[in-house]
Design a protein around this ligand. Structure first.
Ligand SMILES: [Zn+2]
Length: 141
């Protein structure tokens, strides 16, 4: 258990290692396709738009807007999350384009609304794993 965040242990595919390495340094990283010029998330061995393997890792600004969310108040299927209740999960549309599924943190669940500006922060799960989560933005873009 980690501060009410009983998350699974790290299991990263080799092509996703730069994402987790960045998260451990407090940097949200995305793949960028040098063929079509689009960012993607989640990590893949090829571009989801043009299938090219010409991907490089770039640092994201870590800013976006809430696309959708839900407040979880009952740990019906995952009793291990009982201690974390209530928590907020949802989607953030990053400035770079990708939509990322995430948890929201460092705020009361009532502060999360669709379309508000949010920024990434990192939740330390254990010595080897930090998880990118989002909170309401301190400053607007
Ligand atoms: Zn591409």
């Amino acid at each position: 258990m980690n501060d009410g965040w009983p998350l699974p242990s790290e299991h990263a595919e080799p092509y996703a290692e730069p994402f987790w390495e960045g998260a451990n340094r407090g940097v949200l990283r995305l793949q960028y396709c040098t063929d079509c010029g689009k960012h993607q998330f989640f990590p893949r061995p090829w571009c989801q738009y043009c299938s090219a393997e010409a991907l490089e890792w770039v640092d994201a600004e870590g800013k976006g807007r809430v696309y959708s969310y839900t407040v979880v108040r009952r740990a019906v299927t995952l009793p291990a999350f009982q201690e974390a209740l209530p928590y907020v999960v949802g989607y953030v549309d990053l400035k770079e384009g990708p939509r990322i599924c995430t948890l929201f943190a460092d705020c009361d669940p009532s502060e999360i609304e669709s379309d508000i500006h949010v920024e990434v922060t990192f939740k330390r799960v254990n010595d080897d794993l930090s998880l990118p989560v989002f909170r309401p933005a301190m400053s607007k873009p």
